[in-house]
Ligand binder design. Sequence first.
Ligand code: FES
Length: 218
Amino acid sequence: MKTAQLHHEYQPEKFSFTPQNMEKIHAIFAKYPAGRHKSTVMPLLHLAQVQVAERGPYGPYEEGGGWVPRAAMDEVARIVGVPPIKVYEVATFYTMYNLHPVGKYLIQICTTSPCMLGGIGSDVIVNTFRAHLGIDFEQTTPDGLFTMKDVECLGACVNAPVIQINDDYYEDLSPERVIDIIEALRSGQKPKTGSQTGRMGSCPVTGPTTLKDMVQNG
Ligand code: FES
């Protein structure tokens, strides 16, 4: 259960979707049968979060990531035609919705058992982030670049330890790769995503054991 922070000091008074996103909303609505549009609350909240990531408001940061202001929840409720509380309930339940400003890069570190035990272990990864960024979970670096948070299983346990930064996964992590990733992002580069040891997908670390011909021939 997340802590609701709907009255955070950085809440904007108003929120409206861009014309481009209103077009997307019409397309989302078209996917649902008549009378079932309440189900669009989740994709619309996600769209609001993406819009904030692209255009702000970023709260206290010059540049920031996506979050869902309360005014956006109210706007979603208005568009969908449900009481605002129905949207608040969804937004405060799912951890994919950020309820307060976050950094430009939202680092989600999996600390569930397989990632805690797999590879070098998530504890080492967490401590590397702590030491290199000088922040802990639920904190943001003063320059607004990085927010760190711990999450449950990201669904890529075979390549543990795993993190997600914005929409990208980084797997088979080591402390060295964590620092490389941070520094690449800091300098505006795009780090290599996926397995950091170069294995393809989630094949065995010693190489494929089946369908070898297909792998070798691409
Ligand atoms: S336990 Fe970390 S990805 Fe599943």
